[in-house]
Ligand binder design. Structure first.
Ligand code: CS2
Length: 498
């Protein structure tokens, strides 16, 4: 079936879906908005919205989700036209499993003005606000976690608190409205891959609220919870090919389809305000401390993805599964994780770290998940601290080798440097520090030492005490030299042979 001619997914089609497509097993008309989610991308639709759908199917409890986008894309034309319904495909090598998710009851586009988002966030019945706004959405300084007061959106929001643009600015305004109109408590639950994400969120919100000087910060301290959470499922950006797959296999058109792997995990700090959807009844885990889970996931799974994406692009591989199928890259990543990353982890209840490494590499080898290396490489400046630099710091503190972990750090540098005019704009990149690093590449003379030193001097990315470490500098310079040479894979082979 041609996707362009097929009938669109929506409530009228639910009764006529092929039997192998699982449908919402509850009365959608009886749902009531109780959760708001900011950032309705592929990951949210593959993760939190699915857990909520599971909860509705097994315990109901009326939790409807309101999906809000404050950045592109618009939701009205895709999810909105389908009444919030969409297909979640699980793809695991040759297996395909389809399910229509029904937990999103309403979508709100708030890209042009914060007003529609603020209205929803201030509703008294919304007592859970989840968000996937990407690492840079928190407007914090990656190396310190503090709010970035020079961030253009934060500068704007401090002067225009009634018309905020940043995520923290919008949340603070929404909390101000809640305090003034009904005072109901609320949980703000970050679902992004930043370390101690609840603490970072609380800090940026508090920093802005304190500047209001009207007692708002105290009200927030008493009525708002900011649990940290670890979230996991690989769910790349949807492509036209995914839309065609639904049409060909199941006979309908779905403009909001998402594709993910079978594995999923959600570990949430047990610290809430107001009512809480019991996601722990459907596979999520509520714990006192998320830190060990978060380190494991970000350093192993995400660390492997980040390593494979930079070395993969440099080596000419388009997707993660192709990079990890290369024996040399697989050997390098396995050795890096086993020899250098694992010893930095805390014990994680119920999980064997060595088995977790193998499971992660197997997940990345899933040939049906076409995760582009350039997608993972996006915003690397916001990702390398939690994935690479924190384990490096832990090892340096104990005098341990960082020869392997330094390679992807240099890989990230090489990736950005090669996008500069000086290196012939090898590819297009997307990173808040891309221009600054391209300018360094254009300015600094030939030689990896000058380049590495100038990039290590960006203190928003590299904590100055780490950047000044001689071992780190020597390792990164050597690796950058090797990765910028004609044959980056020969350098990886050389490292593996040592
Ligand atoms: C990826 C993540 O793009 C990226 O940064 O590393 O989106 C990753 O796929 C998820 O964290 C998996 O849970």
């Amino acid at each position: 079936m041609n996707a362009a001619r097929a009938e669109n997914l929506g409530p009228p089609l639910l009764g006529r879906l092929p039997p192998e497509v699982r449908k919402p097993a509850y009365d959608r008309a009886a749902l009531e908005p109780g959760i708001a989610h900011i950032g309705v991308g592929a990951f949210h639709r593959c993760h939190q919205a699915e857990y909520t759908d599971d909860l509705l199917a097994s315990h109901f409890d009326r939790w409807g989700l309101v999906g809000i986008n404050i950045r592109p894309p618009m939701l009205a034309e895709t999810l909105g036209r389908q009444d919030g319904l969409y297909t979640r495909l699980i793809r695991q090598n040759d297996e395909v499993e389809a399910r229509v998710i029904g937990s999103i009851v309403r979508v709100v586009d708030s890209q042009d003005s914060a007003e529609p988002a603020l209205e929803v966030l201030a509703w008294p019945d919304i007592e859970m606000v989840t968000m996937t706004v990407t690492e840079k959405g928190y407007c914090h300084v990656p190396s310190s976690g503090a709010v970035d007061l020079d961030h253009p959106d934060i500068v704007h929001d401090l002067v225009n608190p009634e018309a905020p643009r940043s995520v923290p600015g919008i949340l603070v305004k929404a909390l101000e409205l809640r305090r003034a109109s009904h005072g109901r408590p609320v949980t703000l639950l970050s679902c992004d891959n930043i370390p101690a994400n609840g603490t970072i969120l609380r800090n940026v919100v508090r920093a802005i609220a304190e500047r209001r000087g009207n007692g708002l910060a105290d009200w927030i301290a008493a009525n708002v919870a900011f649990p940290s959470a670890m979230v996991d499922r690989i769910a790349p950006a949807t492509t036209e090919a995914d839309i065609d797959t639904v049409a060909e296999r199941f006979g309908y058109r779905d403009d909001a389809v998402v594709v993910g792997e079978r594995f999923r995990q959600w570990v949430i700090e047990n610290r809430f305000a107001g009512r809480v959807p019991r996601w722990d009844l459907v596979g999520a885990t509520f714990v006192d401390d998320v830190t060990p889970f978060e380190h494991l996931k970000m350093r192993v799974l995400n660390g492997a993805q980040t390593t494979l994406c930079y070395l993969g692009v440099l080596g000419g591989f388009e997707h993660t599964f192709e990079a990890v199928a290369n024996p040399l890259l697989a050997t390098f990543v396995r050795r890096m994780l086993t020899e250098e990353t694992l010893p930095t982890l805390m014990p994680v209840p119920g999980i064997s770290p060595a088995a977790y490494v193998e499971q992660s590499l197997a997940r990345l080898a899933n040939t049906a998940i076409r995760h582009r290396n350039h997608q993972i490489a996006t915003d690397g400046s916001q990702k390398i601290a939690q994935r690479l630099l924190n384990p490096i710091r832990d090892r340096l503190a104990k005098g341990e080798s960082i020869a392997l972990l330094s390679v992807p750090v240099a890989g990230w540098m090489a990736y950005l440097v090669k996008a500069s005019a000086r290196f012939g704009r090898a590819w297009q990149v997307s990173d808040p520090f891309a221009e600054r690093i391209a300018a360094i590449a254009d300015r600094v003379g030939a030689g990896s030492k000058g380049l590495a030193d100038a990039i290590l001097a960006i203190d928003a990315i590299f904590d100055p005490s780490l950047a000044a470490n001689d071992t780190l500098r020597a390792n990164v310079i050597a690796a950058l030299d090797g990765l910028l040479s004609k044959d980056p894979m020969a350098f990886v082979r050389h490292v593996c042979a040592e």
